[in-house]
Design a protein around this ligand. Structure first.
Ligand SMILES: *[C@@H]1O[C@H](CO)[C@@H](O)[C@H](O)[C@H]1NC(C)=O
Ligand SMILES: *[C@@H]1O[C@H](CO)[C@@H](O)[C@H](O)[C@H]1NC(C)=O
Ligand SMILES: *[C@@H]1O[C@H](CO)[C@@H](O)[C@H](O)[C@H]1NC(C)=O
Ligand SMILES: *[C@@H]1O[C@H](CO)[C@@H](O)[C@H](O)[C@H]1NC(C)=O
Ligand SMILES: *[C@@H]1O[C@H](CO)[C@@H](O)[C@H](O)[C@H]1NC(C)=O
Ligand SMILES: *[C@@H]1O[C@H](CO)[C@@H](O)[C@H](O)[C@H]1NC(C)=O
Ligand SMILES: *[C@@H]1O[C@H](CO)[C@@H](O)[C@H](O)[C@H]1NC(C)=O
Length: 766
């Protein structure tokens, strides 16, 4: 038992600790909802800032202190501010009746996987086909922004040759810097936001001015921006491989970069206070589409700066797309899950850079490669990294080809066999090069199994699967003089089957609102080739002096801008469509089968589900003519928040209107997918379809999973004109109880259009 004296001491210790820690200031976002001003002038914005200072003054003591504490005042669309506050001050402010929420200025990550391990040039093949490109005039004059690590403005993807004057509605600017950064008629805006970052990095890091630039020093922002809206750039290639035409999803779109991501601090690169500021500005500047390839684990909507900011953008008619995250394949990892966001998963392309490893015993293995050919067409001696190790190096480290473990005496002139893991794949090839090897066979460890990647290696390299690696080892072990050859790599197109889900792509279900299926769709995100930064080498190693105009990267970061480009085309083609109509068009026309007409599979060849790909893989040409759409307006989103339990006061501040919660059932929320987390007995839900195509009669067809019976009422819907809306009811009934989630589908068709929604029903109870 603890004596009361001890307890008293502990209490004393606790309170002292608490007091000292509570005096530490942290950066917070104070979110006040929508602006009442309909104002657009600088004077209006200044008035808002004054009210923010006044508000803060009553908590921090004086006007001076309030000004000092304030990091950002959000004045245009989002009402709120970011400030350095003590924990107690933040808690007090949260109690104020005009405050919707107070959020810690959290950090987020860009959604690439080991970007430095990848490389190349020509843009991928699953861009929209020519017909949508042509019909949508290549996304002419649509304005697409991205929040990312900035842009490399000199990249040919952002040249403005042959592009007309900047649309007069554009209100954005180009923030100049010390590096000679310039915008043009293609890259029409670039801004940077680093004050929220500075509260973590320390003002000295930021104040010397080297970070005051929209220039991309990571490569990520240039890559995503060129994927969504880069020009046609012909003759793009890397060491002669994949020579072709680079292009973005909306190649004639205007693009704008909002730089919110900086050198990482404890794994975070992009901070919420900056993200909020960038959103507020981008909405004001006049973007039509916003693509955001970053995130952090999902949290409640009012505690999530990105969800809040995206809501304000959607309210202004901007379509907001976000990457789903790279935390797969674990279930429930999907992020950016608000229903007003289009959330994108990642899958493979039908392109590979292939090579063949040939052994002297006649065995052949397929490998992935983005590298040059061996100097001569002959067999070279093979050596395992363990055999080639320096005497003092631990064998585990040498096996991985870590720096300083390989003996050039032993590796020289040979093909070095290295194990994947721990250090970067491309770094291993640099170690091999520095050890004077002529080539490298990189084989997967057991955990990476069959996953091969195209990387910008320093010497002729073949990346092979685990099983083949075992065979190479067995061969080397079986002979005194092992010999082999790596064939010159070639670009292979129309690989089958494709797409398949990327192992890293974050999976559903949605942990915040399980009634909303997330992710929404999947798009190419593996080994994507797009523009890169001239500030950094493909490997990001200092010792790598190479600079490349194009690079391969993988991640949901890469799939998101693909869909953003398609949204740009749809905006050009259908300027009056709402963000939700565009989203519905993309979702209901997506496909769930691959190019062999078999169901899309997972990374381990198991049939994928809506938790992996949502509605499926995007099909841009179908999306331009979906027939019918499931539309949602701002009121629907607000009702959705009512349903989640936010009260009248919070809702009214958030929406900027005197909204009265109508007591909707969340299952009736007009989302283009149907998801019931747990079904007891039976349920009837309703949906409303809007005609955006020719007149026609649509008939419902159902794919009913075992254990359920599903019926639609009415079974036919007749539309006479554009804009006409019709409702239907769907009744789902349990016929046999079971614990597992089951998947079905509903399709409305007039013979030409197929409006498909996945049906997901969790634990089925009788
Ligand atoms: C500014 O700070 C950065 C980051 O600390 C540093 O790398 C750079 O050398 C500094 N530049 C100047 C001009 O002091
Ligand atoms: C790439 O293709 C272009 C034309 O399509 C050609 O002019 C150029 O020589 C090619 N480059 C390489 C390295 O193959
Ligand atoms: C071996 O690799 C580990 C990391 O896996 C590293 O911590 C250790 O320092 C390395 N040992 C030597 C001797 O290089
Ligand atoms: C390995 O370390 C040496 C010396 O520190 C350095 O010169 C070389 O560039 C490094 N190589 C790699 C691949 O990092
Ligand atoms: C190599 O061969 C020896 C015996 O010949 C065997 O014990 C060992 O497991 C083999 N190693 C590998 C990696 O195949
Ligand atoms: C609404 O919710 C907030 C936060 O939970 C609370 O502070 C406030 O008192 C509530 N208002 C009403 C009218 O219930
Ligand atoms: C759907 O069901 C509701 C409630 O049962 C009913 O009021 C409504 O008329 C039905 N709608 C259609 C289109 O059948």
């Amino acid at each position: 038992m603890w004596s009361s004296k001890k307890l008293l001491f502990l209490f004393f210790l606790f309170t002292t600790l608490f007091q000292s820690s509570s005096a530490v200031k942290k950066s917070y976002i104070v979110y006040l909802g929508s602006h009442e001003h309909g104002g657009v002038t600088e004077a209006d914005f200044d008035r808002v800032t004054d009210t923010h200072h006044e508000f803060l003054q009553s908590y921090v003591g004086s006007h001076e202190k309030a000004k000092e504490a304030m990091i950002y005042s959000y004045t245009k669309n989002i009402n709120g501010f970011a400030a350095l506050l003590e924990e107690k001050e933040a808690a007090d402010i949260a109690e104020h009746p005009n405050v919707v929420s107070v959020l810690l200025n959290r950090g987020r990550k860009l959604h690439t996987t080991h970007s430095w391990e990848f490389m190349s040039m020509e843009h991928n093949g699953v861009a929209p086909s020519h017909s949508l490109f042509r019909k949508a005039r290549y996304g002419e004059d649509v304005i697409i922004g991205n929040l990312d690590s900035g842009v490399w403005p000199e990249s040919p993807s952002f040249g403005d040759e042959g592009i007309g004057p900047i649309p007069s509605r554009w209100k954005g600017t180009c923030q100049n810097d010390h590096t000679g950064f310039r915008c043009n008629r293609k890259l029409i805006g670039a801004r940077y936001f680093n004050k929220g970052y500075a509260t973590y990095a320390g003002s000295e890091v930021v104040q010397n001015g080297t970070l005051d630039t929209p220039r991309d020093n990571k490569g990520h922002g240039s890559h995503t921006l060129s994927t969504l809206g880069g020009n046609f750039v012909s003759g793009a290639n890397f060491v002669g491989l994949g020579n072709g035409t680079a292009k973005g999803g909306s190649p004639k779109a205007r693009v704008a970069a909002y730089k919110v991501c900086w050198p990482p601090i404890d794994g975070s690169e992009c901070f919420d206070a900056d993200i909020m500021a960038a959103f507020d500005m981008a909405i004001h500047d006049g973007v039509d589409v916003l693509s955001i390839s970053l995130g952090s684990p999902a949290v409640d909507y009012f505690d999530d700066a990105l969800s809040i900011a995206a809501f304000h953008a959607v309210k202004k008619g901007i379509t907001v797309l976000c990457s789903a995250g790279n935390s797969g394949p674990t279930f429930g990892t999907v992020s950016n899950v608000a229903p007003w966001i289009l959330t994108v998963a990642a899958s493979t392309l039908d392109r590979e850079f292939d090579t063949v490893v040939q052994l002297h015993n006649g065995q052949h293995f397929k490998g992935a490669s983005l590298s040059t050919a061996l100097p001569e067409n002959k067999l070279y001696p093979l050596i395992t990294a363990a055999e080639a190790k320096l005497a003092e190096a631990p064998v585990e480290n040498a096996t991985l080809c870590m720096n300083g473990t390989i003996d050039p005496e032993k590796a020289s002139g040979r093909i070095l066999v290295c194990l994947r893991g721990i250090n970067g794949k491309v770094e291993k090839s640099l170690v091999a090069l520095e050890a004077k090897a002529v080539g490298m066979i990189l084989f997967n460890d057991r955990s990476h199994g069959n996953e091969l990647t195209d990387d910008p290696h320093f010497l002729p390299t073949a990346h092979i699967i685990y099983e083949d690696g075992v065979a190479v080892f067995a061969y080397i072990n079986s002979t005194k003089n092992p010999l082999g050859y790596i064939h010159p790599p070639t670009t292979k197109l129309k690989i089958k089957p494709a797409p398949s889900m990327a192992v890293f792509s974050s999976r559903g279900p949605n942990t915040i609102t399980p009634e909303i299926l997330k992710p929404d769709v999947t798009a190419p995100g593996v080994n994507i080739i797009a523009a890169y930064s001239g500030a950094v080498s493909p490997t990001k190693l200092d010792s790598d002096k190479r600079r490349v105009p194009f690079m391969t990267m993988s991640g949901t970061s890469m799939s998101c801008p693909h869909v953003a480009g398609v949204v740009g085309l749809l905006k050009t083609l259908h300027p009056t469509w709402s963000p939700s109509a565009i989203k519905s068009a993309i979702m209901t026309t997506a496909r769930t089968r691959d190019n062999t007409v078999k169901p899309i599979v997972d990374d381990i060849n198991v049939k994928a589900t809506p938790f992996d790909y949502g509605s499926g893989h995007i099909r841009p040409n179908r999306a331009m003519d979906p027939g019918l759409v499931y539309e949602l307006n701002i009121n629907d989103y607000i009702n959705f928040l009512c349903f989640l339990g936010y009260n009248q006061t919070q809702i009214s501040m958030f929406s900027g209107t005197n909204h009265h919660c109508d007591g909707i059932n969340i299952l009736d929320f007009n989302y283009p997918t149907i998801t019931i987390p747990i079904l007891y007995g039976s349920v009837t839900l309703s949906r409303k379809l809007k005609n955006v195509g020719p007149p026609g009669t649509y008939t419902a067809s159902l794919r009913v999973p075992a254990g359920l019976s599903i019926s639609v009422q009415p079974k036919k819907l007749k539309f006479d004109k554009i804009g006409e809306e019709k409702s239907f009811n769907l009744t789902i009934e349990v016929t046999r109880s079971g614990g597992a989630t089951v998947f079905g589908g509903l399709t409305w068709s007039d013979g030409k259009h197929h409006v498909r929604s996945p049906i997901t029903v969790g634990g089925v109870k009788g």
